[in-house]
Ligand binder design. Sequence first.
Ligand code: SIN
Length: 284
Amino acid sequence: MAYETIEVRPIAGALGAEVSGVDLTDLGNQAFSEIHRAFLDHQVLYFQDQPLDDDQLEELTLRFGPFGDTPFVEGMPGHPNIIEVRKDADEVGAINFGGRWHSDFSFQEAPPSMTLLHSRVTPPAGGDTLYTDMYGAYEALSPGMKEMLKECSAVHSARRSYGTGGRFSKNPNATRMTVHPSAEGDKEMAHPIVRTHPETGRKALFVNAVYTVRLEDMTEAESAPILDYLYEHSTRPEFTCRIRWSENALAIWDNRCTQHYAINDYHGHARLMHRTTCAGDRPV
Ligand code: SIN
């Protein structure tokens, strides 16, 4: 079906589209419903030249649904549902937030359905975000692999990042973002490896190298060959797209059928983004 109020230009073969012809601070119902349709069709949307302030970012997020719960990372003063994703120019050698393939907070019982990321300061080059299509990755598996994964669940946990032995506990100066690792981060949550998207009805792989720790009822060592295969398979270049950020751009992505990766290649330059999420459902 054609779009009447927005322009939608795919940015890669697998997923991702740039949307133009719209002011996100003044969205009529038809434009919003076309954006929602484009979001379900393309999984990742990118809008340039959208100078949103924090109130407007929150207002836009709430058009899509209630805020998701953001544990471990402190929200902004006066805007607890917005986190600053930041790396300063002088943070030489620092890790960046989101710098490995993952789906946001997949360790939660009901992980966020979507994430909105608004760029405030961008480096002159680098700092792009990669996305991968987990529908396409699932569909490209052999019938035998699909059959084997059909009844399997994987265990997700925040422990490697935010747990008591995780990287922010071991190295509190790893980032200037305010991160609070805790025993909460050590908890585990099982989700099906193949989930059905609650809005599109399509099946997607749902594992990622940051938060998936093993297959249910198996050891980490036993799980590794299968999980490593799925991580490598699902991030093949033909399943991906790449966003090159400019200031005051907004990306929105669907955590139920994508993974993303923030590239840490802009040392000596600052990057600052404001990020919100919408609450999701328990994967089935
Ligand atoms: C994230 O992983 O949520 C942040 C991605 C980015 O900064 O590009």
